[in-house]
Each structure stands twice: as C-alpha cells, then as structure tokens.
Design a protein around this ligand. Structure first.
Ligand code: ADP
Ligand code: MG
Length: 188
C-alpha cells in the first residue's frame, strides 16, 4: 500500500520578549538544512510580527536589499545561490481560481522555501505545511509563538531551533528543550 508516513503533530510554545528574540529564532532556523525545501505557515493577527520574522529570516539567509511585505502582490520571490524562496501574504487572496493561473500550484510543487502569511485565506489550496508558527501579541508586547511540526522536515526545523535558541536567549517558555505532544493528538 502507498501511504505516506504520518507524523503526529508536535507542538511547543516559546516567547519572544523583544524583536531580538525574533531575530535569534530566525537565525537558528536559517542554520537548518531542512529549510532548503520546506513550507512554513505563519499565522496570527495583523501586527503579530509575521512579516518581521520573515524579514529576519531572509536577512539571516543572505537576502540583501529591501524585503517588501507582499500584501498587495501576494507573493515576493527571492533567489539565493542554490535556494529559491517565496514569501506569500494571502491576506487579499479571494479567488481560488487564481491559485493555478498565478502559478502558485507550480511554486508549491517546486523545491525551495515557501513562507506563507494568512494561509487560512486560501480555502484549502495549500499543501500540508511542514511547520506552522502561530504568533500572538501579549499585553506586555511580547509574542507568544506556538510551533507545530507536521512532518519530518518540520521536526528537524524545530529541533535546530531548540538547540540554538535555547542556549542563546533561554526564551523557551515551557517544556524547555522538550517537545510537548498534544495529549489528544499523540495517540495513533
Ligand atoms: N518580536 C517583536 N517585538 C517587538 N515588536 C515587534 C516584534 N515583532 C514585530 N514587531 C513590530 O510589530 C509591528 C507589526 O509587525 P509585522 O511583522 O508587520 O506584523 P504582521 O506581519 O503579523 O502583520 C511592526 O512595527 C514590528 O516592528
Ligand atoms: Mg504581514
């Protein structure tokens, strides 16, 4: 039988107290080989810090020049030696017919790094993300970030992050260095 390996989602939470925590997180992610072919969803309200994370990540990967928010264009492509990157913002995406016409289906079938803000606006067009980051702005201005790894690549990304980020800023909020399987999801 042809069945893909199913990875139970693995969830953990971290805290970014300032933008330098966002930057430390981005740098740790950028050091992971798994990022070279990965799809990461960025969820959270307007102003939660999704584009800011993408900016730090692109800089850490070596993108120079301006990193625009793709709110109007829907996608901004970047080309680094040996690495294609697409930054999507689906906030204004409303017509699923656009998915094929605009070439988005082809992009998601290509190797490279895909980062998507507002994935919930695509009405189910997207493939399963390797990693889902959900950002939440707290009253004190910190960002609570939930990481949900949904594949082997997502797990590898999360692990690279723990190794680096934990040792540099210590901003792991709970389950220090240990993934917390969701009780209702960990069972087969
Ligand atoms: N970790 C952070 N700490 C403090 N301010 C942040 C942080 N992340 C983002 N911001 C600020 O929040 C504002 C909105 O961020 P942005 O990344 O555009 O949000 P989003 O893309 O989720 O709508 C920006 O002014 C940015 O500088
Ligand atoms: Mg944004």
């Amino acid at each position: 039988m042809c069945s893909a390996t199913v990875h139970p989602p693995i969830v953990k939470t971290v805290l970014w107290r300032t933008e330098s925590d966002t930057q430390a997180f981005a740098r740790a992610l950028a050091g992971s080989a798994a990022l070279r072919n990965a799809f990461i969803e960025l969820r959270g309200d307007l102003g939660a810090g999704k584009t800011t994370l993408v900016r730090h990540l692109l800089r850490a990967l070596g993108v120079t020049g301006r990193v625009k928010s793709p709110t109007y264009a829907v996608v901004e492509p970047y080309e680094l030696p040996g690495l294609a990157i697409w930054h999507f913002d689906f906030y204004r995406f409303s017509d699923p017919r656009e998915w094929v016409d605009a070439g988005f289906r082809d992009i998601f079938a290509s190797p490279g790094l895909k980062l998507a803000e507002w994935p919930q606006q695509t009405a189910g067009c997207l493939p399963l993300a390797d990693l889902v980051l959900t950002l939440e702005l707290l009253d004190d201005g910190a960002r609570r970030v939930t990481l949900r790894a949904q594949s082997a690549a997502g797990l590898a990304l999360s692990q690279s992050f723990i190794h680096d980020f934990d040792s540099t800023s210590g901003a792991i909020e709970k389950g220090k260095g240990v993934f917390l399987p969701q009780a209702n999801e960990a069972q087969p």
